[in-house]
Design a protein around this ligand. Sequence first.
Ligand SMILES: [Zn+2]
Length: 244
Amino acid sequence: MKDVPQVLDMCEGQLKLLASAPIPTRYGMFEMHVFRWNAFDSDESLGLSNEHVALVMGDIRGRQSVPVRVHSECLTSEVFGSLKCDCRDQLDRAQAEIARRGFGAVLYLRQEGRGIGLANKIRAYALQAMGADTVEANELLHLPVDARQYDVASAMLLELGVDSIELLTNNPDKVDKLRALGVHVERRIPVLVAANPFSANYLDVKRRRMQHEIPQNVVEAPPASSPEPVRGNLHIVSAQHAIR
Ligand SMILES: [Zn+2]
């Protein structure tokens, strides 16, 4: 970690560890740490939580080249399986890569919709349904295209005692921003997720207009039709049985 004294000054009093517990996941056992981050410039009207998560596998304190995913919350894909973006897949792949190596961390930041909040994100989706791309939609709403901040990620890494990281991302700007906050990023590890018919346009905009390092062949997908429902095993309780 570079410029530690400076970062320490900046973080003093802002980051507080609230709770920790082991969480068994489909990728193995992680330790989940919940932090509260009192940012000076947080805008509560956006509905963003100030509780952030570090999901840690293995002993990362004092280690170098720790694989880290700095991931921003995406309720639509992660909870509801929305196909409009690749967030959930990227999170899955990051956890799988960390499990493969046996150590690492996901820093899960509560900045929904690239920091504009859930309601604004869905307003932007409504404009996208009328033909705007992801950048144009935010511009129409007079919102920043990317309002994410990474100071809490830097503070969490400091708290976790990580020496240096390998950042799982396609976004070189995220590498630059973390380095500017004093995080020693040794290298970037791409997290490539093939496009589906609903995310192809979004991934293409990320590639062309947001300088994400995504190969052209990854963003190409067949034209959209209705999504295929994934059917679970539904057990229907018979009405007759319920009445008696
Ligand atoms: Zn998303």
